[in-house]
Design a protein around this ligand. Structure first.
Ligand SMILES: [Zn+2]
Length: 117
């Protein structure tokens, strides 16, 4: 079974012109990240939610929240945030299945660890 938890954080970034005129100016987004893990149901649980929350807090939110994403990623696009997040979590969570990163409510990326970046 798949289990998903939604997380949110605020951060600033700026990107190159190719991402849009306004993206070259430093600005903020309220990012949403959906983390999906997979597990068999034991005692009614597919995953340990407290453990999942603790790992995401330490590895992702404590680092990115209220930061300038350009300090952490060369090109801080939603695509690269998804890959960065995947690489941070893949060895800390059992059976990470999917990561969605919403830069706005209207567009997001989905990454399942396909290819290695
Ligand atoms: Zn932006």
């Amino acid at each position: 079974m798949q289990f998903t938890r939604k997380f949110e954080f605020d951060a600033a970034h700026n990107l190159t012109k190719g991402f849009g005129e306004k993206e070259t100016q430093i600005h903020g987004h309220r990012y949403r990240i959906d983390i999906t893990v997979e597990g068999s149901v034991k005692d009614g649980m597919a995953t340990n939610l407290n453990e999942l929350k603790k790992v995401v807090q330490t590895e992702i939110l404590d680092v990115l929240d209220h930061s300038n994403l350009n300090d952490h990623l060369k090109i801080p696009s939603a695509e690269n945030i998804a890959i960065w997040t995947w690489n941070k979590l893949k060895d800390k969570l059992q059976r990470l299945a999917e990561i969605k990163v919403y830069e706005t409510p209207n567009h997001w990326v989905t990454y399942r660890g396909e290819n290695e970046y």
